[in-house]
Design a protein around this ligand. Structure first.
Ligand code: ATP
Length: 360
């Protein structure tokens, strides 16, 4: 069992810099929680506070209901996997993995068994006699995981563990980490700035900005129901289109008016009354846009096409407005062609243009 509970956790660094601002987050037993956000948002600081590598300025950190604010890192039953692997260069891989177990005075025969098991799971049996500088980045990453695994922690803490790997290996290791999580039955807390990693790996995602949690939910829920414009634009590639519009209402429904577009909204939005006649920010995911040449106004001109293989990102402009549509790659599109946009009203998100908060 390992449930990690952050209650009003704050970190102020010397110089009065608030890196983490009253974070409340409950990470459930055996969950794969991903902390995601742009560089400098406080993810690593939060992880290091959970690890016991950084002091907590304010708030309470509970592991399985026990306050661990004053418990040393080695006594928290957590293991951290670092971005730079942090292997000891003068030791063999075997010695690197054995290091923590030796410190805990585990008998040699048991150490051998534990390392054998971890090496099998991670497919690194052949590497035991080598030194870290004789390994590739992906192999070093596996060794770093092995070193954490043999300690049998109830919580694995991972700080951008895949960021030093090339793109192909990163994708492979993503799947392997998901499998490892399923096999180990442990709680994983994983830090990344990469929204694709967060979406593909997390059972839940915690989006952080400027030390403040923006939203915590399952990946699909965050994607479908972003709490604010920041979350909407941080999660999803290509980025959601954020456009300015005026929200209007007639007898039948609410509708949006913007350059070259009038969009009917499916039904009256619960919180929209105060925005009638006013500016709103409209969020439209690129995959919710189709192009048609049969409409009344074919006002949008193709400016750039990015071919991705199965899909393509088509950038279109109309006056000051630029939108990106994600379309199947078999469509016949060329630069300069004119289209009108077909948008499914059910896929439209609205945000307060000042606070960015979603209008529901
Ligand atoms: P990245 O993805 O770039 O690693 P992050 O979200 O993990 O970013 P943190 O490393 O937690 O961010 O840093 C949060 C903020 O705290 C940053 O503005 C950083 O400059 C600042 N910070 C981090 N460590 C210290 C320190 N020891 N002293 C002072 N400020 C620090």
């Amino acid at each position: 069992m390992a449930n990690v509970n952050l209650k009003d956790i704050t970190k102020i660094y010397p110089g009065n810099y608030k890196a983490v601002d009253r974070i409340n987050l409950e990470i459930r037993d055996r969950e794969f929680m991903v902390l995601v956000g742009p560089s400098g948002c406080g993810k690593t600081t939060t992880l290091r506070m959970i690890a016991g590598l950084e002091s907590i300025t304010d708030g309470q950190l509970l592991i399985d209901g026990e306050s661990v604010n004053d418990v040393a890192s080695k006594d928290r039953n957590v293991a951290m996997v670092f971005q730079n692997y942090a292997l000891f260069p003068h030791m063999t891989i075997y010695e690197n993995i054995a290091f923590g177990l030796k410190r805990h005075k585990m008998p040699d025969t048991m150490i051998k068994q534990a390392i054998k098991r971890a090496a099998e799971v991670l497919n690194i049996e052949e590497l035991m006699d080598r030194k870290p500088d004789q390994l590739s980045g992906g192999q070093k990453q596996r060794v770093a995981l092995g070193r954490a695994m043999v300690m049998k922690p109830s919580v694995f803490l991972m700080d951008e563990p895949l960021s030093n790997l090339d793109a192909k290996l990163r994708v492979q290791m993503r799947t392997e980490l998901i499998k490892l999580h399923q096999e180990l039955n442990a709680t994983f807390i994983y830090v990344t700035h990469d929204q694709t990693e967060a979406m593909t790996m997390g059972t839940r995602i915690c989006v952080i900005r400027n030390g403040v949690i923006q939203q915590v939910d399952h990946p699909k829920a965050i994607y479908d129901h972003p709490a604010n414009a920041f979350v909407a634009s941080f999660i999803g590639t290509p980025q959601i289109n954020l456009l300015s519009a005026i929200l209007k209402r007639d007898e039948r429904s609410d509708f949006l008016v913007m350059d070259g577009l009038r969009l009917q909204l499916p039904k009256r939005l619960r919180d929209s009354d105060t925005f009638i006649g006013k500016a709103v920010t409209v969020g439209i995911r690129p995959e919710a846009i189709a192009l048609s040449s049969n409409g009344r106004h074919s006002d949008f001109k193709i400016q750039v096409i990015e071919m991705l293989g199965s899909d393509m990102n088509v950038h279109l402009v109309h006056e000051q407005m630029t939108v990106v549509a994600k379309l199947p790659a078999n469509g016949h599109y060329e630069k300069g062609m004119m289209f009108c946009l077909e948008i499914d009203p059910a896929c439209i998100h609205l945000f307060d243009p000042v606070t960015g908060i979603a209008i529901k």
